[in-house]
Design a protein around this ligand. Structure first.
Ligand code: WTA
Length: 640
């Protein structure tokens, strides 16, 4: 396979070359793509100054990512399965789409979108369950140059509306509903509620999945199956500039509303494929399964784009790990003889808690490579994954990356890089990580711990935050001059291996999902009885981090007191969605504030961790008494 590293010496050599001559390194990789017009210059970049980041890869190149998925490989892969769809209900038949079939569906839907008036550069919001049409919709957008903005179908109407409004989407693609475990979620109702506040949206395309009754808005709503009827399967790909936007994906940060991370076309394409084939060491004939939802970046890069560009067979799973029982993942592995399995530590911990009996009677001998992503994997979970699932013969790739990075940045290459539990190990070729102290001084050498930054551009990096370039600069490039700030803390150990510690900002990783504490506070504060709130993460056995909310309310009667916690959870559910519901809510009379009115979150975090023995300096607090009150009423056992 082209551009694939095959041994450790090869990795070390490629890494060296990628730092010595980044342009030459990436240009050689880019040669293997189908270009309508070749680039003039490999890279133009600036990480400093008002207009930063200003990063252009493969300047003036023209291409289309779908031509590189389909046309480029069609002669050899037409009849090979591209996507296997495993439905929520194991009694329902699976769907297998070959590259030829998927291509026809993409072109047909692309033609339908064109007929609806969708043009290059238009934003298309996609709010679909994990069905094959989700991949078809995103690829059809890419085919015609429309920008997809996929919103995870677990977000509420209000969160969906925020994203649609920010992207000024013209059209929304959704379904009547979606199945997850025993639940059926009425997505169309959620979209209807969201669209009441979204003036930019002219049309919504509705796919039939659950066959539930839907409210129909004549003139706005159209059925997916009706618009593709009789539509041709020939379609010429739109010429895209290397730097034209491929997609927007919203993600949470420390402050404010989620921001639209913008990825452009050529760089993302090359990075997604390069990282996929090298990290997973995928070979022809392998069976690859990533359990993520396409609503998150992992699904974008490692269910759809990376695998399909490589010509892999990618499994797409509609259901949940625990239904019909906790053996579902292993049923699916057995059923399709999965060779590569990629999931999140939270899922591993949840399955450990269910006991090994769900694993033992499944044949997992097809497995060759295991992967994890989304949060630090604790050693116990790593060991169980390695021994019980991988039978101690499958390398684990602990892949560190972010929505903003587009693809995997630090990870072992499967079977090549010697692994170490809980360590993401070494950077991929082309990636130049650096650790700095809070003043921005580089921490050189090994056995150091600091703030993880990246000092040189890579093709898959974000280009801006949609509609607000300044925000992109402020968030990622203003803390340390000339460096991309990841928001994570990391150690570089004695061997030079990276170990990611976790977020150093006000973002929490809840079950591998990124949630901003400010966002949750804003949602809680919508409850009419709430005066103020402060949200922190706390260690949670399954979720990695749980959400702990300290809330000040107006005077509550006993009756109100009995229901307030549930009401607060419902409020968060309404404004964000179930993933952001606080695990613990403590009603307090005050919050630890400095004299200047700033909440000292450090103290709240410590209490949430159950350790108040060393709260540090509390003398600057306006009312130190409030800390004792919070400790006494804490929802965890607190050591003083
Ligand atoms: C965390 C997910 C430790 C990290 C692809 C990062 C990880 C955030 C790992 C990005 C890992 C991701 N080890 N932590 N292997 N992978 N993270 O944008 O805190 O949803 O900043 O992208 O997840 O989350 P996001």
């Amino acid at each position: 396979m082209v551009n694939k590293i095959t041994d450790l010496a090869g990795y070390l050599e490629k890494y060296r070359q990628s730092v010595a001559d980044p342009e030459g390194f990436w240009a050689e990789i880019a040669e293997s793509y189908q270009w309508q017009k070749k680039w003039d210059k490999v890279l133009d970049w600036k990480f400093e100054g008002e207009s930063a980041p200003d990063v252009n890869w493969f300047v003036n190149g023209k291409m289309n990512i779908t031509e590189n998925i389909f046309e480029r490989n069609m002669s050899s892969r037409k009849d090979q399965v591209a996507i296997i769809w495993e439905p929520n209900d194991p009694k329902e038949p699976e769907i297998r789409l070959t590259y030829g079939e998927l291509f026809d569906k993409v072109k047909q839907f692309a033609n339908a979108l064109l007929k609806l008036g969708v043009k290059k550069g238009d934003r298309v919001a996609i709010y679909l369950p994990m069905v094959p049409e989700l991949a078809v919709a995103m690829l059809a957008c890419a085919r015609i140059g429309a920008i997809h903005s996929i919103v995870f179908a677990g977000f509420s109407a209000s969160a969906l509306a925020d994203r649609i409004i920010d992207a000024e989407a013209k059209i929304v693609i959704t379904s009547d509903g979606g199945f997850r475990g025993t639940k059926s979620i009425h997505l169309k109702n959620i979209v209807d509620e969201a669209l009441a506040n979204c003036p930019s949206v002219e049309l919504s395309v509705v796919l039939k999945r659950t066959e539930e009754k839907v409210h129909w808005e004549e003139g706005r709503d159209v059925w997916w199956h009706e618009i593709i009827e009789g539509e041709s399967t020939s379609n010429d790909a739109q010429a895209m500039d290397s730097e034209d936007i491929l997609f927007i994906l919203y993600t949470s940060g420390s402050t404010g509303k989620p921001k639209g991370v913008v990825h452009s076309t050529a760089g993302y394409m090359i990075f997604a494929e390069y990282t996929f084939k090298n990290v997973f060491q995928y070979n022809d004939g392998d069976m690859y399964w990533c359990t993520a939802d396409i609503g998150w970046v992992t699904g974008h890069s490692y269910i759809v784009y990376g695998p399909l560009l490589t010509g892999a067979t990618s499994i797409m799973f509609e259901g949940v790990p625990t239904w019909p029982d906790a053996g579902r993942f292993w049923d699916v592995v057995d059923k399709y003889k999965v060779t590569h399995f990629y999931t999140a530590p939270t899922a591993i911990r949840a399955l450990i808690a269910q006991g090994d009996k769900w694993v033992v009677d499944h044949d997992l001998s097809s497995l060759k490579v295991l992967g994890t992503v989304g949060e630090p994997i604790n050693e116990e979970a790593w060991r169980w994954y390695h021994d019980t699932i991988g039978k101690s013969r499958c390398p684990i790739v602990d892949t560190w990356w972010q929505t903003e990075t587009g693809g995997i940045m630090i990870s072992p290459l499967a079977g090549i890089t010697p692994t170490k539990p809980s360590h993401a190990t070494l950077p991929l070729p082309g990636i130049q990580p650096i650790l700095v102290d809070p003043e921005g001084n580089e921490l050189k050498g090994n056995s150091v711990e600091g703030i993880l930054c990246i000092k040189f551009p890579w093709p898959g990096m974000l280009r801006t935050t949609y509609g607000d370039h300044k925000r992109c600069f402020n968030t990622y490039f203003s803390a340390f001059r000339g460096l991309y700030l990841t928001g994570d803390g990391a150690k570089r150990d004695e061997e030079g291996y990276y170990r990611i510690i976790g977020r150093i900002d006000d973002v929490i990783n809840v079950s591998g999902h990124r949630i901003g504490t400010a966002e949750v506070e804003d949602a809680i504060n919508q409850h009419p009885k709430v005066v103020e709130s402060a949200v922190v993460g706390y260690p949670h056995e399954i979720k990695g981090s749980g959400i702990y909310a300290y809330v000040i309310c107006e005077d509550l009667s006993d009756r109100e007191m009995a229901t307030i916690e549930n009401e607060i959870r419902d409020t968060v559910n309404k404004f964000i969605g179930p993933i952001a519901k606080p695990d613990k809510i403590q009603i307090v009379s005050g919050l630890p504030k400095t004299r200047s009115g700033k909440i000292m979150r450090r103290i709240l975090r410590k209490i949430g961790e159950g350790d108040a023995s060393n709260l540090g300096d509390t003398s600057t607090l306006l009312d130190p008494g409030v800390v004792d009150e919070i400790i006494s009423g804490a929802k965890v056992e607190v050591k003083r």
